[in-house]
Design a protein around this ligand. Sequence first.
Ligand SMILES: Nc1nc2c(c(=O)[nH]1)N[C@H]1C(S)=C(S)[C@@H](COP(=O)(O)O)O[C@H]1N2
Ligand SMILES: [Mo]
Length: 245
Amino acid sequence: MRSLNLLGRRAFLKNLLISVSGVLLSFAKAPDVVFAGFNFWRSSEYVGKTRDGIYEKFYIQYYKSFKRIKRDSWTLKVKGLCKNPQELSLDEIMAFPVIEQVSRIKCVECWSAKAAWGGFSMHELEKRVKPLPKAVGVLFRCADTYVEYLSLEDLHHERTLLVHTMNQNPLSDEHGFPLRVIVPYKYGYKSPKAILEIEFVEQPGRGTWNRIGPYSVDGTILPGYDHPLDRGKKRRRIFGGEIFD
Ligand SMILES: Nc1nc2c(c(=O)[nH]1)N[C@H]1C(S)=C(S)[C@@H](COP(=O)(O)O)O[C@H]1N2
Ligand SMILES: [Mo]
């Protein structure tokens, strides 16, 4: 009798636990959780929200989790102030002449990391869509609803690239598959990842990170300090603009 009761109580507690966790999980469709040393996301269909070092040598910044982008259904939507708005497939943008560049991403939160990037120039895209003279810049909209603005002047800078390749491989989901921007003389927040849409606009705009934190709209790297992950985070002085080594 006693042991039966005990069993009954155990079963009851177990069921209670299962249903409570079920309710909690259903609230948290894409829970923003990364346990130290364990990436909850790696095997899931979501890319996780992270702000720090699950990858020691190159931190990942996503301000929100989002559903992984599928290669075949992804298109780059280019719209706004242009004569020939269109949607481009990944194969189409991969066919643009490739420019390679080694450059460093410097996050405004101190760390930096270097990679060999492969991508194309904004001019290639403009040849296709033909921006109108009144367009001054573009808004990038990303899979995690991140938004960033870059002026055409910055997009035409010789170090600015639209990037699909990192260290000779397609971008990982974490680093912005299938397309991101690299602007090495600005803080990392001016380099939107996992881009879905590009809109030509006639007014300068603001980005997500500039709304979240006390960071400039312009995002140019200021004189100060850097903690390069590839050099054991050893502090060094920087003098503003791109960090070339
Ligand atoms: N879509 C998207 N792009 C983003 C971000 C983001 O949260 N979402 N974070 C930015 C910030 S703050 C930095 S420092 C860089 C970091 O690039 P990484 O994650 O490839 O290291 O991505 C930028 N691009
Ligand atoms: Mo950042």
